[in-house]
Design a protein around this ligand. Structure first.
Ligand code: ZN
Ligand code: MG
Length: 480
């Protein structure tokens, strides 16, 4: 049965609504749908979703159900796609002269459930109702997924580690489903959907799974499948554009969700944070407390990775040049605690013998006054703040290793620039006779002998056993 706009309005009045949400890429792109059921029908919404899609066919197919349908897209499809008259359009990108997208009138009728339907899905009379019945809340289950096409969905565990900016997928334990792999129609209560901070962010499944996992919502898999439309062949250029768009959307979503690393179930990883060619993830650090600590997070994984790489690179160059160096401050503390950078630290500190500076061409060049980029793109410079050196991950990414030149005076190691940190103190040169190898950040670094005594001299008794943030007067560990 086809529904006229008038019938649709009537249906809305009795609480029977379907919204179709969809979006496009170039030729008709992605489609999604939302639908609401009448009170007597437990639920049933729908939406479409990207692929080499058939927006017109999908819209026609769902418009044949006795429910109103809304197509959501980033912008109106171009070239225009002929849609059935009763199918409304929900452009997701706000424009200055229009009401905000979610103010669409069809979103404000009493829709109980919304189904998000991938473009290229065909409607089956009664199937949405069936899925809707399953959508009645049971325990913490608030999402229902039904497969599209003949490939069954695979359930996955999804664990979020917000402090580590990480989303970790894995095989699901029996009865635990937080995400699915495969093309799916997703259904949930409309109220739940629009209470989410990013209700229709794309890619929709990932956005929903992550936001649902943050809230502890369970996901139920339905065996009944929606038929998939036959996909038209796609040109290599078309495929390139599609992959590009998917990647752009994914990056934007991960930025919005605060995720910089995804660990997939097969062990592969996807990274979204900083790199050699970008700025680092956080701005200037004030009062030894980076902004991410105040936001309840630790050092982004990309930044830790870049710091490790820089530290290993610098240590290798210093060793090759015969510069005597050792792990200092928080870096030695991290090495003693866990053989790595402290997970909330924002730089690496090494001490060096001041008289050895001339032995390393990059340090000598920096000492002469000009920052210098080495053959691997690390930037060496003399710090503007005083008599010490900094090696940056790159010219654009200013994650760095600080090199603190000390010199012996009467058996005590001293220096000329003091930053006033409690741990910034002189120490007996005997700690460096000999220096000893110590595991740090994925390589073997040189360290003072008797690291414990060295650290307790600098940080006070129990420094290794009692972790604390760099400046507890601003924020202390355990405050979150
Ligand atoms: Zn980063
Ligand atoms: Mg430090």
């Amino acid at each position: 049965m086809r529904v006229t706009p008038c019938q649709a309005t009537l249906a809305g009045a009795i609480g029977l609504n379907l919204l179709l949400y969809c979006a496009w890429r170039d030729r008709g792109g992605v489609t999604s749908l939302l639908l609401s059921p009448p009170r007597s029908i437990p639920s049933i919404p729908i939406l479409l979703w990207d692929f080499e899609n058939d927006l017109a066919g999908t819209a026609r197919s769902f418009a044949s159900l006795p429910v109103p349908v809304l197509v959501a897209a980033e912008t109106a499809p171009y070239p225009p796609v002929p849609l059935p008259a009763e199918v409304g359009l929900l452009p997701l990108c706000p424009t200055a002269d229009r009401p905000p997208p979610l103010a669409h009138p069809k979103l404000h009728v009493r829709i109980h459930h919304t189904a998000l339907v991938p473009d290229g899905t065909h409607a089956v009379p009664g199937l949405l109702e069936h899925v809707g019945h399953a959508g009645r809340r049971a325990g913490d289950t608030r999402l229902v997924a039904a497969p599209v096409g003949s490939v069954p969905l695979r359930c996955q565990e999804l664990r979020l580690e917000p402090r580590a900016w990480t989303a970790r997928y894995g095989p699901s334990a029996p009865g635990v489903c937080r995400a699915v792999e495969g093309t799916a129609v997703l259904l949930l209560r409309t109220r739940d959907l629009f209470a989410l901070p990013f209700p229709l962010a794309r890619p929709v499944p990932t956005a929903l799974f992550v936001q649902a996992a943050f809230r502890g919502w369970g996901l139920r898999l339905m065996p009944a499948a929606f038929p998939a439309a036959r996909r038209p062949p796609i040109s290599p250029h078309g495929r390139w554009k599609a992959e590009n768009l998917a990647e752009t959307r994914r990056r934007r979503l991960m930025h919005d969700l605060g995720i910089k690393r995804e660990v997939l179930a097969d062990g592969r990883e996807r990274w979204y944070g900083c790199s050699k060619d970008t700025a680092r993830c956080f701005g200037t650090v004030h009062a030894r407390t980076p902004q991410y600590l105040l936001a309840g997070r630790w050092t982004p994984p990309c930044c830790l990775r870049a710091l490790r790489e820089t530290a290993q690179h610098v240590a290798g160059i210093l060793e090759a040049a015969g510069v005597r160096y050792w792990l200092e401050g928080g870096s030695l503390l991290g090495a003693a605690r866990l053989g790595d950078i402290i997970p909330w630290d924002y730089d690496v500190d090494l001490g060096i013998y001041r008289e050895d500076v001339r032995k390393c061409r990059w340090l000598a060049a920096a000492a002469a006054g000009e920052p210098v980029e080495d053959t691997e793109g690390f930037l060496w410079e003399k710090a503007a703040e005083g008599d010490f050196y900094r090696v940056h991950y790159s010219r654009s990414n200013r994650l760095h290793v600080d090199l603190w030149p000390f010199y012996p005076r009467g058996g005590v190691m001293t220096k000329d620039t003091w930053l006033g940190h409690p741990q910034d103190v002189e120490f007996p040169e005997s700690f460096l006779h000999p220096r000893v190898p110590m595991a740090f950040a994925g390589f073997t670094a040189m360290a003072p002998n008797n690291a414990r005594a060295f650290l307790e001299l600098k940080f006070g008794p129990g420094a290794i056993e009692n972790p604390e943030y760099p400046n507890p007067t601003v924020k202390y560990l355990g405050q979150d």
